[in-house]
Design a protein around this ligand. Sequence first.
Ligand code: SF4
Length: 372
Amino acid sequence: MAGIYIHIPFCKQACTYCNFHFSTSLSRKADLLNAIVMEMDQRVRSDETIDSVYFGGGTPSLCSSKEIENLLSCLKRKVSFSKEIEITLECNPDDLSGQYLSDILEVGINRLSIGVQSFYDSDLKFMNRAHNSLEAKTCIQNALSAGFDNITIDLIYGSPTTTNDMWLENIQRALGSGIHHLSSYALTVEDKTKLNYDVKLGKVHVNEETAATQFDILLAQLNLYGFEQYEISNFCKEEKYAKHNTSYWQGNSYIGLGPAAHSYDGKKRRWNIANNALYMKGIREASIYWEEEVLTVNDRYNEYIMTGLRTKWGIKTVEISSLFGNDVYEYFQKSFAECAYKDKLLVSEGTITITEHGRFFADAIAASLFKI
Ligand code: SF4
């Protein structure tokens, strides 16, 4: 098993675009963390070595350093941590006081993923983020000063509040701030979000062309700052690839703990119920609190194509036949020959990757090779 994901389903307030699972009531945080420890006891085997732990959410930085320490020490009783283990905490800028940063470093967090999103108050207000532009600007320096040398931040492009000049300023500030990793996503309109509601009412317009232009602006800046794009939405310098997420993209197995957390064992996907009360009840009563599906060969092939094409490592034709058999390999060859996006693909020594120009269309390119 490559890694453990721990979902902390609490946030201070709901961002307008977010459809992740979280609650803005923290009253049962302690009970929920206890339930996660119980799930850990039930599901994590003791003879494994893991390479990564990822606290995601929600907002894991709403946990105290003591709570994080407790989760990590319970985990350490179940598995061995590899020497080079990556332990990431997703956090929001407004939670990162100097004392908190020192405390979480002390208890073992060695990588921060900070949800900056923008350095402009107008963007942050539109997104209903809990932090302001000053906190967005100071948190990175504070984290570096506290001793973190592995920091990634998230930035969102394509918001109707973000002009191209603002976006350029956001990128330059981020890439020049001393961080080694950036994740950047287009603002997307998800179901059951305030953004979706406002778009339907015609109060807000989210424009895909703006997003495409701003994605190009981002790509044009990377080289200037020594960053490479190693996944469609992920960029790093000095090969500081995100170990945990790279392991997902390479199809390795992992266990997800907590409500709404997903797990994968190479054959099955499992996802816990996205409801804090029902999750805790399920754990307490040892009843079923998850669903799972056994992946077919086609499912696994489609995932291989999708995740492989999104990374700089691409897909390898030799792996398609060895992993999925001759029938799938023949299907792949036929669909590749007929693929309408050939001009956006590079083929070299049996490896297929997407050209820089084609990267914005990665999902459509992958879908053209899917086997249904
Ligand atoms: S802080 Fe993160 S998880 Fe929470 S509402 Fe905002 S985007 Fe969603």
